[in-house]
Design a protein around this ligand. Structure first.
Ligand SMILES: Nc1ncnc2c1ncn2[C@@H]1O[C@H](COP(=O)(O)OP(=O)(O)OP(=O)(O)O)[C@@H](O)[C@H]1O
Ligand SMILES: [Mg+2]
Length: 428
């Protein structure tokens, strides 16, 4: 049964949010319902959000390379397929989505702003004004701001303030991290959604979404790196004192392992992909000498080879990947802040031994991050490849529940504004 999105959500005092992760290997749509009446029902205590996954849809991704659209018609078709499947599994007609953005075109820099406080008390208006002041920097015409993330506030010289609302003072300052992306890449992603008949409520930098699904608040406060190893990109985001302090996207991912295996073993890409998933390992020292694997699809061409042949191909790629990641962490002086270590997520984090390799190369404790939080998680969604999709839904839900942005990000008119009106009404 299909019913109208807005009509349905207002009927049962629940709200629906849809996270759309347009990845290099798969497009995934996650439909989640926010519960307002009973915040404890299926609530993620970690994210403070009553959220239930009511449906998902996945489709192999075509027309996307290294996080950016390379063929719009194919990308549109992939989005349509994933959304259709999510509609069928949730019984909801999807009209608007929170879409993820990634790619090495996304970069970040720090900025700061200051304003004089005219009222006796600092309120929402003053916070908005100081963020606007921090945002007043010249951005090249071919780039767009994705997020303005406040890192902290200073009131009359007292720094380290996380929320200045309700405080008195005459001078309000803020430090922010501004994330920008190439306007063309962002607009092509949005166009792909629009051509598939969807409205984009908001674009969200994918590592922020993945962090929402796999990191705890404690880890973000103590200092942690989240590394999302997808098919075409590896997204690195560093958090300390609860805020993102650095991010970068490397144009390298799980598909590079597959390609290396296909070339090295002279087998088709599809076979290399399945061999990698079944027998892949990132460290030769973890493989037994007598382990044998079968390659070749038929009895004539098929043969048995030592598993170490495959792993000898994969290990140098893993080393290359973690040496690039090390440059982003140690090379920039962030190593000492990462008291909670490193969390690996994304589909390629499932490769055997990747956590051992990461620990060895980065000299930090490492865990694999599985998405957690919402109720209704199935075996399928409890997979690191779903961290971004689930995180996008959580991200949208958190904003919708609080009736305001967690922090300023690129928003779109229409649906988002309508949602806020509805939600605002409930909180009066
Ligand atoms: N068990 C496994 N072992 C090794 N690699 C795996 C395993 N399962 C999935 N992968 C790899 O994970 C990658 C896909 O991960 P994911 O679904 O997170 O990517 P994506 O979100 O589509 O891409 P991106 O984030 O780069 O845009 C593929 O390269 C796939 O081969
Ligand atoms: Mg991804």
């Amino acid at each position: 049964m299909h019913f109208g999105f807005i009509k349905d959500v207002s009927a049962d005092a629940g709200r629906l949010v849809v996270g759309l992760d347009i990845g290099t290997t798969k497009v995934c749509a996650v439909v989640a319902e926010i519960s307002f009446n009973d915040p404890d029902r299926s609530a993620s205590s970690r994210n403070g959000c009553g959220l239930n996954i009511v449906g998902t849809g996945t489709s192999p991704s075509e027309g996307i390379k290294k996080g950016v659209v390379t063929n719009i018609e194919s990308a549109v078709e992939s989005v349509r397929c994933a959304v259709r499947e999510a509609e069928a599994s949730s019984g909801v007609e999807i009209r608007a989505v929170h879409a993820g953005i990634t790619g090495s075109h996304v970069t970040s820099f720090s900025s700061s702003g200051v304003i004089a406080v005219k009222e006796r008390e600092i309120g929402r208006k003053e916070v908005d004004s100081v963020i606007d002041a921090a945002k007043a920097v010249a951005i090249p015409f071919d780039r767009e701001i994705l997020h303005v993330l406040p890192v902290g506030y200073t009131v009359d010289g007292q720094n380290g303030i996380t929320d200045p609302r309700g405080m008195g003072g005459v001078r309000l300052e803020t430090d922010v991290r501004i994330l920008t992306g190439a306007a063309t890449s962002i607009n092509n992603m949005i166009r792909s959604c629009e051509k598939a008949g969807l409205e984009v409520s908001e674009t969200i930098f994918q590592p922020l979404a993945s962090a929402e699904a796999v990191l705890t608040e404690d880890e973000k406060n103590l200092g942690v790196a989240i590394i999302d190893i997808g098919g075409g990109t590896t997204d690195v985001a560093l958090f300390k004192d609860g805020n993102i302090c650095h991010s970068s996207v490397l144009a390298l991912g799980g598909n590079n392992f597959t390609k290396d295996a296909a070339i090295g073993l002279r087998i088709p890409t599809a076979e290399a992909e399945s061999l990698k998933k079944r027998y892949g390992c990132s460290m030769i020292s973890l493989v037994r000498d007598d382990d044998q694997i079968e390659i070749g699809s038929d009895a004539k061409s098929g043969k048995s080879i030592p598993r170490s042949y495959l792993v000898e191909i994969l290990q140098p790629r893993a080393e290359e990947m973690f040496s690039l990641i090390k440059n982003e962490i140690t090379g920039r002086g962030y190593h000492k802040y990462l008291n909670s270590g490193v969390v690996l997520t994304g589909g390629a984090s499932l490769m055997e031994g990747i956590d051992v390799m990461a620990e060895h190369m980065l000299e930090l404790p490492v865990r694999i991050g599985y998405p957690e939080g919402p109720g209704g998680m199935t075996h399928k969604t409890c997979d690191p490849a779903y961290s971004t999709g689930i995180g996008l839904a959580l991200f949208g839900a958190r904003e919708t529940m609080s009736g305001q942005a967690m922090f300023e990000s690129r928003k779109f008119s229409g649906f988002s504004a309508r949602m806020k009106e509805l939600v605002g009404g409930l909180f009066k």
